[in-house]
Ligand binder design. Structure first.
Ligand code: 5GP
Length: 120
């Protein structure tokens, strides 16, 4: 795994250098609307700690950070009323996963029937 790049775009958002449309925030987590939404609801959930990917986060984050991350997703699902119709959570990782931003993030996608998991 590559070292964490302090200049990735989400690190800049966390430092307040780039604005974001915040949906949820607590001590460990920030969630904001994706700049190029792929569904009517497209929210990015990121830990405030410097983790490259889901496996980096799972291996190296504290129990409090891991709990806060999943609790934040649950709060957003509740807040946006997504339980009834459902939603999808994706974490693209590395080159084959198509990860563009090397700071761990989960995409929450919802608001329409999302179709097959993979198109190819
Ligand atoms: P990835 O491909 O790494 O899983 O997803 C990166 C996501 O970040 C993309 O969906 C992209 O639209 C989003 N994104 C990239 N730059 C920005 C930005 O400056 N602000 C916001 N809100 N989203 C961004």
């Amino acid at each position: 795994m590559s070292a964490y790049d302090q200049n990735n775009i989400f690190a800049k958002i966390l430092r307040g250098e780039i604005p974001n449309d915040t949906v949820y925030e607590d001590d460990h987590v920030l969630a904001f609307n994706d700049i190029a939404p792929q569904a009517p609801i497209h929210i990015l959930v990121i830990p405030k700690g410097a983790y490259v990917s889901i496996d980096d986060f799972g291996a190296n984050a504290s129990a409090d950070e891991i709990k806060a991350f999943h609790a934040a997703i649950a709060k957003i699902i509740e807040q946006k009323n997504l339980k009834t119709d459902g939603f999808r959570v994706i974490s693209n990782t590395g080159r084959h996963g198509g990860q563009e931003v090397p700071h761990y993030h989960a995409h929450i996608l919802a608001g329409k029937k999302l179709g097959p998991m993979l198109s190819a």
